[in-house]
Design a protein around this ligand. Structure first.
Ligand SMILES: Nc1ncnc2c1ncn2[C@@H]1O[C@H](COP(=O)(O)OP(=O)(O)O)[C@@H](O)[C@H]1O
Ligand SMILES: O=P(O)(O)OC[C@H](O)CO
Length: 502
């Protein structure tokens, strides 16, 4: 009886389930979008129960469509939108508040307060992160502050906190296992990435009770089994967990220090494997745990861009310029360039390397001749410019001059974007055959834990290139365009800072 691995990719806008065979062929996949909740300007929330239902839906659908039997699935890997925070009641399993999404800005004031109290340095030193609403710590604190009686209940062990991986394992295991992995723990602001434990001093700073935190385990590990009633009577080992960006790094077989991947999804996240050495950034990047694997932890340097594919969604849903995200390619292709138009999609502030949580989006360079095609093109270009900002910071921090960028995620199907990316970076851009590298990474981690694949070497053999984009832009043009970008970002940030002062 042939065996398979099931990967669950719980992303920001949709949940996916994919069944892989041993040769990494996708046997079947299922995807379901869920509701984005925007209670106030800058806030983004999800209904954790709706996420759970969407995950169950895609699991059922993928198994049905694949025609395989549940007993043929030898392990499940979970990968997830990171930082998004759920707090739920241990007895009833009911979340006490919506999941606060990584993009949400509702903890700006908590961040200001932490900065005023001078905690920036200690937090950076222990976690490799910065004070920003992006990370889970301030979100947990916000929930405990805003839901009546929550802090008391958390102290008494009645409430549990988890990122989406923990929430899903808790549900899948029949409300038994409360766990996470090193990669997800390293995004909370509460985990000491060097001592590999929840940090008492940080828990005090954030006023978060230890009792509500999950156990932290390696990323390739048998955390528990699924409850039989979820899988047609079958219990299946849950054997891999990693945050989606770290999973993509694994799925792209970036196992050697210096190897880099960039994922273009809702946001855009570039990670460089730095091996067993953690590099503390001096240029606005994050130090994060890549994974816990084979009795050791490996680190990565990360540049996090908050708005990438979601800017294309804004063109589609907000401005109604597109019928679909994929139409952006055809429309952008109607013009040879953006004709001096720049879009700075700082809809939820700017992440790396600027870290401006108060900035908001802006459009520059409009003329009477500007068309829809120029705006679409400029929005696509903004993904590439933001990526260049990160690469520059990364090469300064790592002293590595990048020659090749491995890419993945929903937006890399757009060849105009990929060509411009290569042009503006002056680096070759490599798109793999299996674009679902996030799910593949989770599948690898689970498959390695249950012996489905034997080692990283075997995994590496499955990496295949679909297309390589080579730079063809003149140096002078590249420099001029990028200089323009740096100017418009500067203007965007200073506009908001000056407005704040009034
Ligand atoms: N052809 C395309 N061109 C540009 N952007 C695209 C294209 N197809 C999808 N996208 C964008 O990619 C994102 C979806 O990618 P995905 O990797 O599924 O995201 P996530 O995991 O964050 O939910 C959406 O934001 C969408 O706007
Ligand atoms: O859901 P994605 O693919 O946009 O990824 C979100 C990131 O994990 C946030 O840190």
């Amino acid at each position: 009886m042939e065996k398979y691995i099931l990967a669950i990719d719980q992303g920001t806008t949709s949940s996916r389930a994919i069944i892989f065979d041993k040769d990494t062929n996708i046997i079947a996949s299922s995807q379901k979008e869920f509701t984005q909740i925007f209670p106030k300007a800058g806030w983004v929330e999800h209904d954790a129960n709706e996420i759970w239902i969407s995950v169950m839906f895609v699991i059922m659908e993928v198994i049905t469509n694949s025609g395989i039997q549940p007993e043929q699935i030898c392990g499940i890997g979970i990968t997830n939108q990171r930082e998004t925070t759920v707090v739920w009641d241990k007895k009833t399993g009911v979340p006490i508040y919506n999941a606060i999404v990584w993009q949400s800005r509702q903890t700006v004031e908590i961040c200001d307060e932490l900065r005023e109290k001078g905690f920036e340095e200690i937090i950076h030193k222990k976690t490799g992160l910065l004070i920003d609403p992006y990370f889970s710590g301030t979100k947990v604190k916000w929930i405990l502050n805003h839901v009546e009686g929550a802090r008391q209940r958390a102290q008494e062990g009645e409430l549990l906190f988890g990122t989406i991986d923990s929430w899903l394992v808790w549900k899948l295991s029949g409300e038994k296992s409360h766990v996470t992995d090193y990669s997800n723990a390293s995004r909370t602001l509460l985990f000491n990435i060097y001592e590999l434990k929840w940090d008492e001093e940080l828990l005090n700073i954030f006023d978060i009770p230890r009792a509500m935190l999950p156990e932290v385990k390696p990323s390739s590990y048998i955390y528990g089994n699924t409850a039989p009633y979820h899988f047609f009577g079958q219990t299946i080992p849950i054997a891999g967990i990693a945050g989606d960006q770290q999973a993509a790094l694994f799925g792209q077989a970036c196992f050697e220090p210096g190897m880099v991947k960039n994922t273009y999804g809702t946001g855009c996240f570039m990670l460089m494997n730095t091996g067993e050495k953690a590099i503390q950034s001096k240029h606005g990047l994050l130090t994060t745990i890549a994974w816990g694997f084979e009795d050791k932890v490996e680190y990565a340097l990360e540049g996090s861009i908050f708005v990438a594919g979601s800017a294309i969604q804004w063109l589609r849903d907000g401005l109604e310029l597109l019928h679909s995200a994929s139409e952006s390619e055809e429309i952008a292709g109607q013009v040879k360039d953006s004709d001096g138009v720049y879009v700075v999609p700082a809809f939820v502030g700017l992440g790396a390397p600027y870290w401006d949580d108060k900035a908001r989006g802006a459009v520059f360079g409009l003329t009477r001749g500007t068309t829809k095609a120029h705006l679409v093109r400029a929005t696509l270009d903004s993904l590439a410019y933001q990526t260049k900002d990160i690469i520059i910071a990364m090469s300064k921090d790592s002293q590595i001059d990048l020659k090749k960028l491995k890419v993945d995620g929903g937006a890399v199907k757009n060849s105009i974007l990929m060509q411009f990316q290569s042009d503006i970076l002056d680096v070759s851009v490599e798109r793999p055959v299996v674009n679902e590298t996030t799910a593949l990474g989770a599948a690898f981690l689970a498959g390695l834990a249950v012996g489905f694949w034997s080692d990283k070497k075997e995994v590496t053999q499955h990496y295949k290139i679909d297309q390589v984009f080579l730079p063809s832009m003149e140096e002078k043009t590249r420099e001029k365009l990028y200089k323009g970008w740096l100017n418009v970002v500067k203007a965007t940030c200073s506009y908001h800072n000056e407005n704040d002062l009034q």
